[in-house]
Design a protein around this ligand. Structure first.
Ligand code: PMV
Length: 356
């Protein structure tokens, strides 16, 4: 698939209003390292979440001379701090939707999860905005299939934040070319036509908030650390084989293999940051305490509870819905003491974005 297939030069002009809700996602095999225009150095796979979502409404109108390209409200308030990111996103996507230049966008967004929870919202936010923009363009392409529109939304979302490419459909999304998934490619994410084992359809993700602060390492800086990283080549190769292996675990329901790969990926992501130049330790003492307690609990109970991590201190606990009661009990009694103000978010695997 070439990126040219996403450009249409039709003379589009008009008023339109739409609203989309896009979910957050949590990577199992991690994307870490990019090149070119937001292209991944290795393929990744993620669970689409269902409760952590961004809802964005956009109204499009023909832009008058002297008018700015957009205005933006976050949770009903002006938030100029977000403007540079939106501006950059619109500049990056305009070549793929030239008519955007002739329009002014009034954007209003809100998150279902607290902005200051340390949960990255860029994936759901960029995906929701991309879906609104594609929905507008779709009005002028009545022959576009739903699938083609979602592909373009993923393609555009990627230009805002790489992992946003995966916040479109569900329950699992693959982004980046991989031998394991025939349709996969670097330009947009796909929901593979694979029969996932039913245990994963409503897998739980309880996010333990260890640090509510802003990210210590921006994504752009973080991905840049993989350039010239002494272990980069091995890491990218490992991600390819982990993806093949996790596909097998996700289709057969082999939880032991799933846990082994998921935790290896989380710790490898952090190992990459700890061994880059400059180096970063993003885990905190409470993160380590939580990981150890998860391992001890698993050894004692044999319940399939495991963790994954983003590029930060918070811990995502993954487990089957059928084991929710004893695991929530353990979380409440043993783990919340390690969370900032005892804060956590309960989520589970979902099926993707919705127009509303
Ligand atoms: O989408 P970005 O550029 O914020 O990068 C996200 C990278 C990780 O969350 C650490 C891994 C991933 O695949 O989501």
């Amino acid at each position: 698939m070439s990126k040219k297939s996403f450009v249409f030069n039709d003379p589009i002009k008009g008023h339109y209003q739409t609203q989309w809700q896009a979910p957050s996602n949590i990577a199992l095999v991690k994307y870490w390292g990019k090149h070119g225009q937001q292209l991944p150095q290795n393929p990744s796979i993620s669970f689409t979440l269902s409760q952590c979502v961004t809802t964005t409404a956009v109204s499009f109108s023909p832009r008058q001379t002297g008018e700015t390209a957009f205005d933006f409200l976050f949770e009903q308030k002006k938030q100029p701090a977000f403007h540079p990111k939106i501006q950059q996103f619109l500049e990056r996507i305009t070549p793929y939707f030239p008519a955007l230049e002739g329009h002014r966008l009034s954007i209003s967004s809100q998150n279902s999860f607290p902005h200051s929870s340390g949960i990255a919202s860029s994936a759901s936010a960029m995906a929701a905005l991309a879906l609104c923009i594609v929905d507008f363009e779709k009005q002028f392409h009545p022959l576009w299939t739903e699938e083609a529109a979602l592909q373009k939304a993923s393609f555009l979302a990627r230009l805002g934040s790489g992992s946003a490419a995966r916040s479109i459909a569900g329950p699992l999304m693959v982004w980046g070319q991989s031998k394991a998934f025939p349709q996969s490619n670097d330009h947009y994410a796909i929901a593979p036509a694979v029969e996932w084992h039913p245990i994963f359809h409503d897998y739980q993700d309880t996010v333990l908030i260890v640090d509510k602060g802003q990210k210590k390492v921006s994504s752009t800086l973080g991905h840049g650390l993989m350039q010239g990283h002494p272990f980069a080549a091995q890491r990218f190769e490992q991600a390819h084989s982990h993806l093949e292996e996790i596909k097998a675990a996700l289709t057969t329901g082999d939880l032991e293999r799933f846990i082994d790969l998921t935790e290896a990926e989380a710790l490898t992501l952090h190992a990459m940051m700890m061994t880059s130049n400059p180096r970063f330790v993003l885990m905190q003492p409470n993160t380590l305490a939580l990981l150890q307690k998860v391992w001890d609990f698993r050894a004692q109970t044999d319940l399939p509870l495991c963790f994954t991590l983003d590029a930060g201190a918070n811990v995502h606990l993954l487990y089957p819905r059928q084991d929710r009661n004893p695991i929530m009990d353990f979380i409440q009694k043993e783990l919340l003491v390690h969370c900032q103000q005892g804060q956590y978010i309960e989520d589970q695997v979902g099926n993707g974005a919705k127009k509303n």
